[in-house]
Design a binder for this molecule. Sequence first.
Ligand code: ARG
Length: 459
Amino acid sequence: AATRMWGGRFAAGPSAVMQEINASIDVDKRLYREDIAGSLAHAAMLAERGIISREDGAAIAQGLAAIRAEIDGGNFKFDAALEDIHTNIEVRLKELIGEAAGRLHTARSRNDQVATDFRLWVRRACDELTLDLKDLIAALIERAEEHAATLMPGFTHLQPAQPTTFGHHLLAYVEMFGRDVSRLADARRRLNESPLGAAALCGTSFPIDRHQTAKALGFDRPTANSLDSVSDRDFALEYLAALSIIAIHLSRFAEEMVLWTSDGFRFVSLSDAFTTGSSIMPQKRNPDAAELVRAKAGHVIGMLTQLLIVMKGLPLTYGKDMQDDKAPTFAATDTVRLGLAATAGMVRDMVANPERMKAATAGGFITATDLADWLVRRLNVPFRSAHHITGELVRLAETKETALEKLSIEEMRSVDPRITEDVYSVLTPEHSAASRTSFGGTAPDNVRKAVAAARERFL
Ligand code: ARG
């Protein structure tokens, strides 16, 4: 019990089961860098304010640096009996520098310590994920540029709707992942306040300088309310919500990869590096990476849900429930980073099949909207009537088992005698795509401009 930080009050040690349910070291050892950074800032401030001696401050700093090197090098023995990363480090510090180690925890509690560590960790994760997202965005933009004019069917209800281009479709995902970058930036901005110095919950009577430690740790300011400082996990929830949305974007893209590589589509093929074969069917090439990215969205959403449920109904301030904030946050981070890397790899390696995409624009009366628009322009009929006339033409083509542009002019005129020969000029998918020049529209010239703009906006 002597090594236990709270041992003084207790006659007996915890049961083995208590130790097992209480220990978090297997999870929170990932906070060691942040924990040491927080302690370094705290010790320097204590020394500067004369709360501990300069000598003790220097010894603490030296000891902490040595511990960081031990953990970095894999030479640190984590002990579950010491509960968590904070105690493991503090006990080791005592081994290294003796009694001075006991002064580090002056005017501090594990409650503000862990809140500080965790914010620092999530902040760094935001930065790392931003780089991962930008790498994926760069890959998508590159492929979009290459395929700015590659015709493919655009779908609604998974039915061919209007011709678009593969590049335009890829840029849709660039917008999604671009918003994800800005969501992380928002979360980062809000979380960047230092809880350090809130101590257990009420602040401290020691003359600490919270502004100094906040600044030293790269925070914008100290948190304003000590009770909130040790109770708040909004920042982790917000981060997990952002990760969940990223995971959904990845999953939608993965689903399209699965569809597009399927035999009915064959719009793209994936490389050996991101597919697997079958143990029995020699012809198989399965899009496993895409399927797993699709599946793992469930994991990430689960982690958000898990922490939401941990936090709901918790009275202020700290409760040990909150120790269970880290496992879901770490797990979701790992999953999303893996998914981003796998998706960027797939995007860079995928081979598009423009012939198949083009061929798919031939069916499904995909230029019917263009025909209706032509009727509006040429015959000056209201769009609703044009829609009706076009519907009849589609029905006629369907009964004749042919395409709209294969109907003879006589057949067209049997539906509406005002139709003239030049209607055929708007019935090709090339014309359809090229004509959609409205801002943000499909026209290849637009897409090329959008590619350049996306590089400016997101990279
Ligand atoms: N391991 C704990 C956590 O992650 C640190 C805070 C412990 N505080 C306490 N009052 N027991 O939440």
